[in-house]
Design a protein around this ligand. Structure first.
Ligand code: SF4
Length: 619
């Protein structure tokens, strides 16, 4: 089979842009004999090669799986439109990069769900692979389709297309799941028998084992089990520590320049700050750190093995690592000695951060980023963002004195309880920073630039704001215009996010099973790669809403009652709904909850893992 694909591919590659996306054979990609494997699995990233290859999770799971002798993990990405057109014209099906195996000939294909706007691309890849779209239409000769990642915490919009969802940390669950499959395949078990056994593993959700009943108003009345052996709620799989996990110090080196072409080390997982809009801050709890020595060892090994010229750290907030100062200084020294540049994203801008940045950047001072998220202290307290204006001005003053000329500010609009006073607050912060620059550098300091970016609030499942209404597209438009008027200054650049896409994100972030029809109609009309402005087609989405009969407002602008049953209640993220509700009630009173590293605030995670030092678990 793969010889035919190679021949077909040879013909097509001459006619597409960046053929390197489609050929595989990269340094550190793994070659095994599929015939000798217990399980052939394809890791599918529902976006183009350059995006997928920048995703660390792919490299981690690729290593973890391929380290197992009986498992072969290959990769597939969504082809760019020129390639897809040719493939469809020539009748060529989606194949894996490593062995050019057709996805439909694999045992299993697995999608990572990083953002809601990739959902139509999941459908498109299933179709391009020649796999029947709906789970119910796939026989024993077709692969199982599975999915995981942050968007799998509300899996319901994809319930008709994906056979099984894996919720939580994948490093242990996915190999166990595949090994179980391999063993049962040897015994001649059917896919259905396998799924019945698989749900005994923590984190495995099979939508076909549940039925959802609705009230007349469209809300859910009951989540019922159809298979007695399935869990009442699917508990997230969680690793108590990450220090002992294997890490890909020899990652696959992309054939085409990836969005992030650099060595990356994950320093810790989780966050204890408790911002109330942030899903990652809830579903990745508690903080699990790698030790400083281990991080440095991994970084150096990765730089040696790959020849990358840049090193970056990955976590939700770099400076929150308990040994951050020592770690940063050590990495500054190591990277300088190797003439490698160092990126420390999401730094808390205190005195120490400036010292480090001074040493890293010396004369080349790139922009500094601050994310106050809201324009007034009241609203920052509502969202539990522990930043004061004084913190920002002190830090910006220091930055300007040290010679930084570009400051970037990030805000979110449409947050619960927001008023136009909060928008005025955004403008006030911007002008105060501009005036600070005048004070320090004089009015004619032409190089100074302040960028104000606002994104639209999207209420997410498993957050204290999961009950909240989203602003309408018209509300957002008025607020953007309002800010645009107030931020007219030659030193200020104002950017904002597209309103339509925020509304679609919101539909799927809190979508139920009925939204799968919307997704299907949108894909049939030609929607895919919706996260890309050049591919995103609001007209087709409008038509898909009409055809599917899905009422957008029901999912977006409707405020929910605290006792409403949610589609995602079938998944237990381990943080309790009770905790989320208490946080929501505190938000209405602008009451803050402290970072749980200074004392547990009762999120519920410690029913399952040990939280030491207040939310930080060290191996
Ligand atoms: S159980 Fe307590 S310490 Fe652990 S993550 Fe939750 S709030 Fe923080």
């Amino acid at each position: 089979m793969s010889t035919d694909i190679r021949k077909q591919l040879d013909k097509l590659l001459k006619r597409v842009e960046k053929p390197g996306r489609y050929i595989g054979g990269e340094v550190n990609s793994v070659m095994k004999d599929p015939e000798m494997m217990d399980v052939n699995f394809c890791f599918c990233f529902p976006d183009i090669y350059e995006i997928g290859m920048s995703y660390l999770g792919l490299q981690i799971l690729y290593k973890v799986l391929n380290d197992k002798p009986g498992i072969y993990c290959q990769r597939a990405f969504q082809p760019q439109t020129d390639m897809e057109e040719l493939m469809r014209k020539e009748g060529m099906k989606l194949y894996s990069l490593e062995q050019k195996t057709l996805l439909r000939d694999m045992d299993m294909v697995g999608f990572t769900l990083q953002y809601e706007m990739s959902f139509t691309t999941v459908l498109n890849m299933i179709d391009l692979a020649g796999i029947p779209m709906f789970s119910k239409d796939r026989g024993e000769d077709m692969p199982l389709v599975i999915a995981g990642g942050p968007c799998a915490y509300n899996p319901e919009p994809l319930h008709e297309f994906v056979d099984c969802f894996l919720i939580g940390d994948g490093e242990k669950l996915l190999p166990e799941f595949l090994e179980l499959y391999g063993n049962m395949k040897k015994q001649g078990a059917s896919k259905a028998d396998f799924l019945k056994e698989a749900v005994k593993l923590q984190g495995v959700y099979v939508p076909a084992f549940y039925e959802v009943k609705y009230n007349e108003d469209g809300t859910i009345s009951e989540l019922c089990k159809l298979y007695e052996g399935a869990p009442d709620r699917v508990k997230r799989a969680i690793l108590p520590e990450i220090e002992s996990l294997p890490f890909p110090t020899e990652p696959i080196i992309p054939m085409v320049e990836a969005v992030h072409d650099r060595a990356v080390v994950e320093t810790f997982r989780g966050c204890t700050r408790g911002c109330r809009f942030c899903q990652a801050g809830m579903i990745y709890r508690p903080v699990r750190e790698r030790t400083r020595k281990h991080i440095v060892d991994l970084a150096l090994k990765e730089l040696d093995d790959t020849g990358h010229e840049e090193l970056s750290l990955l976590s939700l907030s770099s400076s929150d690592h308990t040994e951050f100062e020592e770690l940063a200084m050590e990495l500054v020294d190591c990277t300088k000695a190797r003439k490698v540049s160092l990126a420390l994203p999401s730094l808390r801008m205190d005195k120490f951060a400036f010292n480090v940045l001074q040493r890293i950047q010396e004369f080349r001072k790139s922009g500094l980023t601050y994310a106050p998220e809201a324009g007034t202290q009241r609203l920052r307290d509502v969202i539990n963002k522990g930043v004061t204006e004084n913190d920002i001005y002190t830090s910006v003053r220091q930055a300007l004195e040290l010679g930084w000329t570009h400051i970037k500010l990030y805000f979110m609009i449409g947050l619960p309880t927001e008023t136009y006073e909060d928008l005025d607050g955004i403008a006030q912060i911007a002008y105060k920073i501009r005036d600070l620059n005048f004070e320090i550098n004089g009015r004619k300091s032409g190089r100074f630039k302040l960028t104000v970016s606002v994104s639209n609030f999207v209420p997410k499942a498993d957050t204290p704001f999961q009950w909240e209404a989203q602003d309408t597209a018209e509300d957002f438009r008025l607020k953007h215009n309002y800010l645009n008027e107030r931020l007219r200054s030659k030193h200020i650049v104002f950017n904002y996010h597209d309103n339509e896409t925020s509304s679609f994100e919101a539909v799927f972030a809190r979508g139920d099973r009925k939204t799968s029809r919307l997704l299907y109609e949108a894909w049939k009309l030609g929607c895919k790669l919706d996260g890309w402005s050049e591919h995103y087609r609001p007209d087709l989405w409008e038509e898909a809403f009409e055809r599917s009969g899905v009422d957008r407002d029901f999912y977006t602008t409707r405020k929910r009652d605290f006792d409403e049953i949610f589609p995602w209640d079938i998944i237990d993220p381990l943080v309790t709904k009770d905790f989320l509700r208490k946080e929501a009630e505190k938000a209405y009173n602008a009451q803050i909850t402290h970072d749980c590293r200074y004392g547990c605030v009762g999120c519920g995670i410690n029913r399952e893992v040990r939280c030491e030092k207040g939310g930080i678990y060290n191996a």
